[in-house]
Design a protein around this ligand. Structure first.
Ligand code: ADP
Length: 626
């Protein structure tokens, strides 16, 4: 039983290949985690770093709260099962399974007990006297699993263990490994390039591409709420259908005009998570719909609001028995083109043939929209930003006829009908001059997402816990104006992440002792033991010649009333009044940082930084090392 924590894990191979970038996740005890992605995306490298078979270039790996970066593989209490079984050909199955226990000098009777028990679990008792060459592929894989089980490891790592087996055996072994996980109640981490394997086995799945995590979620959430086009296309068979499109909003009506011809009409409430800026009739988006969320209609269309009618011309029909897959095109003149191609998962009793023009319906609830350039979802389950339109007059922001006096820190030029971006996290409910009506509420895990009607706009706010308000409640709200963007008026969010260049130094205290410091310009900050350990673990003595960037968040900085040694000291150059919050810009001679403090210009301040919250970046390779 074990939990794992991977923080900012990087792997750079000799020659500079960045195989894994900033891999961060917590794995709870007894989870079945699957790493999935195309070949070369960094799955095996990550697994091998967990096993200790590959050095971790930067980052922190904990097993049960203990940092194990420098532990030998044998000291990590982990067992790994490989694709190519790696059995000893000259030993019997029994001896293969007993091998690691023998080298650990476990008494014979204990070995016998463990091996026979594992053999029983795996159903290979009758083969214990055979040599591996007298076993089938599936049986050999069971022996490989048995070798792992007898060691009673805290964590099981499995690297594509089924890829050498034929399709039928693979399916059977998949179920067997899932049962094994339930029986052993241990943490499993499983690597595969096969999304079906990932979906059927994982309690959570990590989708990777080009060394980066794309999304971590449960199988069902990856399927229903993919964060980007890669995940949307990778998870689910047949693949999601994608169409280039533009969006037009006319009051409460919204139209998705597909580049291949037809339009999909719906009410604004079905698509209000898509930021308004995309609904300008010209910004390119990608409309996505899964083959399961399209249906073939045989009778007259009745608009119940949930399904949008379209037509398609049939290209190919695959009758699979339990279901029928129809390959068609929304452009009725080009059945075989890629543009306009749509795959439909239909009932097995749908009888259509090539050339037929069929009436189809697309779900108005279960569709996806992506930014054409970034390929990120713009209909996220929890929106990050409210991107809306507003007017500025006399430093007052007007949104849907409601006025928000801008504080003195913001000097906005007068503009009409301009884009205003308000992070969802910058809206707080219960107080303030804003008035809204709760239109809808979604509980997503521990987050409550409020759909607030403000005039004809929907604005999102989120809170942790359970809902404090009900649908149709009138609520007041406040906007943290330090975080808004009004591009046309040059208003940018106040940067609360401070980055300063620096180095790490040692100073001799006496003959044998050194003091270590984080040096930023002329300032010296005392590091915590944790920081020292991590810097040395990562760079060794080379740390003293490395250019670093120290990054700290404004919320982790406080102002001290008395001078103390080894703190940052600077002069206030600007005081920013954001109404509910006040900030000062402090000049440290080597850079300027923002603190939440209302001081006087020219005042000298001593800053206390929660050093354990600092992020440290190795500047030359742009990698987070602490
Ligand atoms: P996956 O398991 O997802 O197929 P890997 O983790 O094996 O991917 O590889 C990730 C990247 O690192 C690939 O670009 C691969 O070529 C590279 N790589 C893997 N092992 C080494 C190595 N020993 N030396 C240099 N590059 C490597």
């Amino acid at each position: 039983m074990a939990s794992l924590s991977l923080k900012h894990i990087f792997k750079v191979y000799d020659g500079g290949v960045k195989a894994v970038n900033d891999f961060t996740m917590d794995i709870a005890d007894n989870e079945f985690i699957v790493f999935v992605g195309p070949s070369g995306c960094g799955k095996s490298t990550t697994l091998r770093m967990i096993a200790g078979l590959e050095d971790i270039t930067a980052g922190e790996l904990r097993i049960d709260d203990e940092i194990v970066n420098d532990y030998e593989p044998k000291d990590r209490n982990i067992a790994m099962v490989f694709q190519n079984y790696a059995l000893y050909p000259h030993m019997t199955v029994y001896e293969n399974m007993a091998f690691s226990l023998r080298t650990a000098h476990v008494p014979n009777d204990v070995i016998y007990e463990k091996v026979t028990e594992a053999a029983e679990i795996l159903g290979i008792t009758q083969y214990l006297d055979r040599k591996p060459k007298a076993l089938s592929g599936g049986q050999r894989q069971r022996v490989a699993l048995g070798r792992a089980i007898v060691r009673n490891p805290k964590v099981f790592l499995l690297d594509e263990p089924l890829s050498n087996l034929d399709a039928k055996l693979r399916t059977a072994m998949r179920a067997e490994i899932s049962r094994l996980h339930e029986r052993l109640k241990t943490t499993f981490i499983y690597v595969t390039h096969d999304q079906v394997e990932a979906m059927t086995m994982g309690t959570r799945i990590v989708v990777m591409k080009d060394g980066y995590i794309q999304q971590i979620d449960t199988p069902i959430n990856l399927y229903k709420y993919p964060d980007n086009m890669f995940v949307a296309g990778f998870i689910g068979t047949p693949q999601m259908n994608f169409f280039d499109a533009t969006i037009t909003k006319n009051g409460e009506d919204v139209v998705y005009k597909l580049d291949c011809g037809p339009s999909i009409e719906m009410k604004y409430i079905h698509t209000d998570k898509v930021p308004l800026k995309y609904m300008d009739s010209k910004t390119k988006v990608v409309f996505g719909i899964r083959p399961d969320d399209v249906r073939v209609r045989s009778n007259k269309y009745v608009d119940d609001g949930m399904w949008a009618p379209l037509q398609a011309v049939v290209s190919v029909v695959e009758v699979l028995g339990g279901e029928t897959i129809i390959y068609a095109n929304l452009n009725l003149d080009t059945p075989d083109d890629e543009v306009g191609a749509i795959i439909i998962k239909a009932d097995p009793d749908t009888f259509v043939k090539r050339g037929d023009i069929i009436d189809i319906e697309l779900s108005r609830r279960k569709f996806h929209v992506f930014d054409k350039t970034t390929e990120q979802s713009i209909r996220k389950r929890i929106p990050q930003e409210n991107i809306i339109k507003g007017n500025i007059t006399n430093n007052t922001l007007e949104i849907s006829s409601q006025e928000f006096k801008l504080p003195s820190a913001i000097k906005a030029e007068d503009v009409k009908d301009t884009e205003v971006i308000i992070p969802v996290s910058a809206i707080s409910l219960g107080n303030g001059v804003g008035k809204a009506k709760v239109e809808w509420i979604e509980q997503i895990d521990n987050i409550v997402l409020y759909f607030l009607k403000v005039g004809d706009l929907t604005i999102f706010a989120k809170e942790e816990g359970t809902p404090r308000f009900k649908i149709n409640d009138e609520v007041s709200f406040e906007i943290d104006l330090s975080q808004i963007t009004i591009t046309a008026s040059s208003v940018q969010p106040l940067n609360l992440v401070n980055r300063l260049d620096g180095v790490f130094i040692k100073e001799k205290e006496n003959k044998n002792d050194y003091n270590f410091f984080m040096k930023i310009g002329e300032h010296k900050l005392a590091p915590s033991n944790r920081i020292c350990e991590k810097l040395f673990a990562c760079k060794g003595p080379k740390i003293f010649n490395t250019d670093l960037v120290y990054e700290f968040n404004t919320k982790d900085i406080s102002v001290l009333t008395v001078k103390e040694p080894n703190k940052l000291i600077g002069k206030i150059t600007e005081v920013l009044d954001y109404g509910t919050k006040k900030y000062s810009k402090v000049d440290l001679s080597c850079g300027i940082i923002t603190v939440e403090y209302s001081g006087q210009i020219g005042e000298e301040v001593v800053l206390d930084i929660d050093v354990d919250k600092i992020t440290i970046i190795d500047k030359s390779i742009d990698i987070i090392i602490v």
